[in-house]
Write a protein that binds this ligand. Sequence first.
Ligand code: F3S
Length: 640
Amino acid sequence: MNLTQKILKKHLVEGELVKGHEIAIKIDQTLTQDSTGTMAYLELEALGVDKVKTELSVAYVDHNMLQEGFENADDHKYIQTVAAKHGIYFSRPGNGICHQVHLERFGKPGKTLLGSDSHTPTGGGIGMLAIGAGGLDVALAMAGEPYRLVMPEVINVRLTGKLKPWVSSKDIILELLRRLTVKGGVGKVFEYTGDGVATLSVPERATITNMGAELGATTSIFPSDFRTYEFLKAQKREDDFEALLPDDDAEYDGVIEINLDELEPMVALPHSPDNVIKVKDAGKLKVDQVAIGSCTNSSYMDMMKVAAILKGGLIAEGVSLVISPGSRQVLNMLAKNGALSDMISAGARILETACGPCIGMGQAPATNAISLRTFNRNFYGRCGTKSAKVYLVSPEVAAASALAGYLIDPRELGEEIKIEMPSEFLVNDNMIIKPPVNADEFDVVRGPNIKPFPINTPLADIEKAVLIKVGDDITTDHIMPSNAKLLPLRSNIPELSKHCFETIDPDFSKRALENGGGIIVGGNNYGQGSSREHAALAPLQLGVKAVIAKSFARIHKANLINSGILPLTFVSEDDYDKIDEGDVLKIEDAVNQVKSKGKIVVKNVTKGYEFEVDLDVSDRNREILIEGGLINYVRKKDKV
Ligand code: F3S
């Protein structure tokens, strides 16, 4: 067996490990962050669960740290108190980015982790099977329900050789994105093997598994070996180590070879993480902003490389350099060893240990600016400035370019700076609040920003207008933007939904309400990107009953199902071309059509023709859709 199969087999509750079959697996650990966490905990409460049934659940606060009004502080308080009440660890604001802290303090090889954040696969760097999901799926996992997924293909990424000086693990995943595109990982797990694996430390591996999310992959995983032991020991957690390797004769559904010796520094051009070329081929590009950090590249070793490059230098006059270390552990170590001083001396602006600019929380670049970022996404508008162009690079490229004032290949700096994994990290968990033993005595504090979330009605026949027709690769950022103005509304769906699709169609929510709801028509890979279920809940609030697309991204499709919104795909893509915004579409006998498992007939009432769509979901998901979403289904079946 391969490693993925081994972990799945150990956690299998239902189904068979046969590609394409639905399986249900036991979840050992969960994580949430504040942007998706408020909703996940409202859902946990709606399920009527007293105590979480996982081995470990952690609530992080890392996304929205700006407190310009009461809203965020209220949300943080709600998360802290609901966590205490339900037996969940609470990582306080300032303790760091969820994935970085989880890797440092909680991740265990061989365990399953479900997180309400699309970059949860970061945990694959330590040999976990770590999957991103919507908040409701995570709430159900906390309630002890197994997590259901379609058995993915397992692709072996065989790494050979060793990275050359100034080439980093970021360049490995950028190379994979270049080859496979943002759609290349859908329905797949990427399992890394080969002699190149041993040359990579856990934080380097985690950069790769983190950004495997941009391939659309279910997850990515590295074996647990002596490098894993070395990391856990340095975190004073060697007892959590377990060696885990695929069998020598393990079988895979495909093989990809990457020779690390041949890689060079890479850059993803705007506005997609797969728009990758070599840095040396990008031409002389003047840079206005450099942002270093995010869950992809904010480890201690990343930061030490950056500090070493900046040491003794001064950032170019035209550049604004912002650095957000990934965790308080990292920041504290940089402070103690003087590296922080090297960064500050060079002119860097040090931000909190949080997501910050990655999610558009501050540091929006100037109009038409060029921003180099070590992050994982460069979708249009995500940085907060629509006219800005974001380029994704490694920490080495970012730091070298901040000094130069233009994008440079760090090999121009000469001899490589060597950073070794420390034998001991600075461990101090006093910003992690353990669940209290007397949880019953705690009250959950609900400020006025905590509003009930929408719940759908059972499926009925649909006759609704097409509210919007969009193209390929629409992201959840397009559907439900996330920025400093909107993040505080994440626990207030009625208010948030007014901003649905606003970056591409400012009148969408008004039109949806005037029409009494409707249907969305999308292209390929609809709903890629962040796991936020708000991208399904806001349309639900506005009365959207179905999305008809050429294809869907995995997590968003699951979120639509959980919300009771039909995720339908065109049988013939020609039908996509025939539909216009405003056309009224009709699905008659909807319940029986969904039950029948055959093609679903849709009538275009406006243009007077019929076409067919597929509903490619499991039997259980059909029942969920008929009940009007997962909460209704669970309540009805008394599953919890
Ligand atoms: Fe945060 Fe950006 Fe990662 S929002 S969790 S740093 S993708």
